[in-house]
Design a binder for this molecule. Structure first.
Ligand code: PEP
Ligand code: MN
Length: 338
């Protein structure tokens, strides 16, 4: 990758001359700000990019060559934390962003009830799967488009933006019409066609770590999305498969500071899938925030025993209320906000 650092006094016209030059040569310019300075990342054959002699264009301060595996997602490329706007909310800033809701959308009434309850408790974003990638083809597969419509209606009614999963490239357009954040599930973290398709939208993406993926593979998956021009990617730790059997997955808390070190992208933790055990969700949620997570995604159900999917790891509404109360003083202690 070549990074073109721009002079602070560069004007809009000079930037457009530069961008035109890059695009005409067949490259995609990735514009971003690092430490208050504007820069353009260009990926491709480095010698050919150097041959464009961009340093001769007015307003260019310097040209830097990096050969690190992580490019657009790396801290080297962008030292300051990425902030992602979702409606009124900023993910990756001082505030710990809380995403909460059931595993799957089951009905309008259920969704509205849970949305109102989690909003009252202080949640920022509503979660709920309409397309469910279930381990068994005989399990509830989600309400699909009907579920998306319910999410959009409940979002309108409560003002909560929604995050929901998209499982195939063919459905990216459809899900984008209803969702505020596109979720890429653990099982699809390395579905590169899907990653590129969400990369072609400008929707915020919640990219979940594959259950057998390394952190390097997770950041590389984020690169697929960023390389298509969508810079709104959040990384999500959701537990990995180990030999431990008391839990569904082993939540990798060390992933949080590690990802924050490797990348400027916001890091979200999912303690529900991360443990797969309802009683372990509050403690691991607190630990994730203490470790530096920018937000949490938690499965909450009004009646977990009756939930159509993942009931065993859904906490109920009083448990969510109590978790929210515990998070307040913790956030304050680490100079963050709830
Ligand atoms: C989910 O969030 O409901 C889900 C299926 O998560 P994961 O992809 O992490 O298993
Ligand atoms: Mn689930």
């Amino acid at each position: 990758m070549i990074v073109v650092k721009l002079k602070p006094q560069i004007n809009v016209k000079q930037i457009s001359v530069l961008i035109n030059r890059i695009e005409k040569s067949g490259y995609m310019p990735h514009l971003s700000k690092s430490d208050g300075r504007t820069q353009i990342g260009i990926i491709g054959d480095e010698q050919s990019i150097l041959n464009l002699r961009l340093s001769r264009i007015k307003g260019v301060a310097e040209i830097i060559q990096t050969d690190k595996p992580f490019k657009l997602a790396s801290r080297e490329y962008k030292t300051s934390d990425t902030h992602i706007k979702v409606g009124e909310i900023t993910v990756g800033g001082k505030k710990i962003v809380m995403m909460a809701g059931p595993c799957a959308v089951e009905s309008y009434e259920q969704m509205l009830l849970i949305a109102r309850a989690v909003k009252k408790a202080g949640a920022d974003i509503l979660r709920g799967g309409a397309f469910k990638p279930r381990t068994s083809p005989y399990s509830f597969q989600g309400l699909k488009q009907e579920g998306l419509k319910i999410l959009a209606e409940v979002s309108k009614k409560t003002g909560l933006p929604v995050v929901t999963e998209v499982v195939t490239s063919a459905n990216v357009g459809l899900v984008s019409r209803y969702a505020d954040i596109l979720q890429i599930g653990a099982r699809n973290m390395q579905n590169y066609a899907l990653l590129e398709e969400v990369g072609r939208t400008r929707k915020p993406v919640l990219l979940k770590r594959g259950m057998m993926s390394t952190l390097e593979e997770l950041v590389m998956a984020a690169e697929y999305i960023l390389s298509q021009g969508n810079s709104n990617v959040m990384l999500c730790e959701r537990g990995i498969r180990t030999f431990e059997k008391y839990t569904r997955n082993t939540l990798d808390i060390s992933a949080v500071p590690l990802l924050k070190h490797l990348s400027h992208l916001p890091v979200i933790v999912d303690p529900s899938h991360g443990t797969g055990v309802r009683s372990l969700v509050p403690a691991t949620a607190l630990a994730s925030v203490a470790a530096g997570a920018d937000g949490l995604i938690i499965e909450v159900h009004n009646n977990p025993e009756q939930a159509l999917s993942d009931g065993f790891q859904n906490i109920n509404i009083p448990e969510f209320n109590s978790l929210m109360k515990d998070l307040g003083p913790l956030a304050k202690a680490i100079k963050r906000e709830m």
